[in-house]
Design a protein around this ligand. Structure first.
Ligand SMILES: Nc1ncnc2c1ncn2[C@@H]1O[C@H](COP(=O)(O)OP(=O)(O)OP(=O)(O)O)[C@@H](O)[C@H]1O
Length: 467
């Protein structure tokens, strides 16, 4: 069948548009039908009741409203205000992303399939490309398109054949903001909540907290992205519990202890993975991991003997946290014997450690599959600036880049500590910034929160920790 040079009739185009947007079409139809059937007074009363109901929900239960309804309302508003009609077609035309139909000479504007807006600053707009367009064409126009849509930043990803997703960063919530100061250290252990350790702020300006008890964290970011602020914020958040022997931290620092060495008194065990003469000795770090695993095995047995399924935090049964600063050395780049041993012990601790109170927190610069073969075992994933888009999903999980986690676009320097976090059960990444930790903040932590003496029930600090 040959192609006609006539355009499809208006009524057909209108009908197709209505079929594609059933919600928008059905609203006026339902209101009209209700007014005709039940009268305008009843219809207005129902509409007013609905409005009051929504207002009560908005005011009465902000958590559920903001989580369930607000993103949908925001997406609808953006769909029909920011990405609709002439505004949309003009933006695409200015960026040379519309095409002219060869026979009819009618302009073909790529059609929006879906708009999602899970956070106020990031929208995901799925667009059906017109024939002849490629991903590259859209990617080449990303910058002018961001300007045309008055967005801060825009990234184009292909999600299906002929369909691209525009991840539109409308604003940069941390752009001009000053670094976040370290939170004050809690007065005493009763003020520490292990299910909500403060780390910084969310993009909404709210406190950003993470659960440490019963969780394993993966913290990834290139050098200079601010992983240090994440580590010290975590330790600061649980400081009083460390002092009181309710949290024990084992620190393995294969980078030679440059950063963590000064805080050695804070740790139950500390290994800089070096010998006394400064040569690298990964096996001493693996020994610390082994002692963490052994303690877990012992706690499991004690709980079993006592007929308990879960531990309760106490001086006798503290939360045992193993931190590894630069996991890559122990998971990929070290000598094969140490790597094999470390991975086996860590995997054992991670798979069995939740119930008896053993958490693993790892920091890594290059989060590839080879470097983090155990990444599926992490339940909380935090991703600061990365160099490659491919690494984003490797840290946060499949689909997170497409869901707006543009960690590879975070500028270094001005945005140190900015990143995305993803929890086990959540489908969306959240944008966050860790609190900055100065040398004085770290010194204060060590001064005020180092355990004065090891609790009687635990093995003494290793040589390195007291050296
Ligand atoms: N949350 C933050 N807010 C503001 N500035 C920060 C923050 N975190 C770190 N910085 C600054 O960024 C720089 C690099 O930080 P940091 O050393 O923590 O990076 P890193 O990711 O640990 O790097 P490496 O892997 O090389 O140790 C430091 O100068 C620090 O002062």
């Amino acid at each position: 069948m040959g192609k006609s040079s006539r355009r499809q009739g208006r009524e057909w185009r209108a009908a197709l548009w209505c079929a594609r947007h059933p919600l928008v079409t059905s609203l006026p139809v339902s209101v009209g039908a209700s007014a005709a059937t039940f009268g305008p007074v009843t219809t207005s009363a129902v509409a007013a009741g609905l409005g009051v109901g929504l207002l009560s929900w908005y005011r009465g239960h902000p958590d559920s409203f903001d989580h369930l309804l607000l993103p949908r309302l925001r997406a609808a508003r953006r769909r029909w205000w920011s990405y609709a009609g002439h505004r949309w077609s003009r933006a695409l035309r200015d960026c040379d992303l519309t095409r002219e139909h060869r026979q009819t000479q009618v302009e073909r504007v790529p059609r929006i399939l879906r708009v999602r807006s899970v956070t106020p600053s990031i929208d995901m707009v799925d667009v059906l490309m017109v024939g002849g367009q490629t991903l590259r064409m859209w990617q080449d126009q990303a910058e002018p398109l961001a300007d045309a849509l008055r967005a801060h930043h825009l990234v184009v990803l292909k999600i299906r054949p002929q369909t691209v997703r525009l991840v539109i960063e409308r604003t940069d919530p941390f752009g001009d903001a000053a670094p976040i100061d370290a939170m004050p250290i809690a007065e005493d252990s009763a003020d520490v909540d292990l299910t909500a350790v403060p780390l910084g702020e969310t993009e909404f300006g709210e406190e950003w907290t993470e659960q440490l008890i019963g969780r394993h964290w993966l913290n990834a970011g290139v050098t200079g992205s601010g992983k240090g602020s994440l580590m010290w914020s975590t330790l600061r958040g649980v400081g009083p519990m460390i002092r009181d022997g309710l949290v024990r931290v084992r620190m393995v620092d294969p980078k030679g202890g440059m950063e963590t060495g000064a805080a050695a008194p804070l740790f139950f065990e500390h290994s800089s993975c070096t010998t006394a003469d400064g040569t690298s000795d990964l096996s001493s770090g693996v020994d610390v991991i082994e002692s963490w695993r052994d303690d877990m095995k012992k706690r499991q047995k004690d709980l079993r003997d006592a007929g308990l399924r879960k531990f309760t935090v106490s001086r006798e049964t503290p939360l045992d946290v193993l931190m590894v600063d630069e996991l890559a050395m122990l998971s990929a780049y070290g000598d094969s014997q140490s790597v094999k041993r470390a991975l086996r012990l860590i995997a054992e601790g991670m798979t069995q450690g939740r119930a008896p109170g053993f958490s693993f927190v790892a920091y890594v610069q290059e989060p590839t599959k080879e470097v983090v073969p155990i990444r599926d075992l992490f339940t909380t994933r935090i991703c600061l600036a990365l160099t490659s888009a491919n690494h984003v999903n490797a840290v946060l999980g499949d689909g997170m880049l497409e869901a707006g986690a543009l960690a590879h676009e975070i500028p270094l320097g001005t945005h140190a500590g900015v990143g995305f976090v993803k929890h086990e059960k959540s489908r969306h990444p959240r944008r966050v910034r860790a609190a900055n930790q100065t040398d004085e903040d770290i010194a204060e932590l060590v001064r005020t929160c180092s355990p004065e003496q090891p609790p009687d029930n635990v093995v003494p600090l290793r040589d390195e920790a007291v050296a």
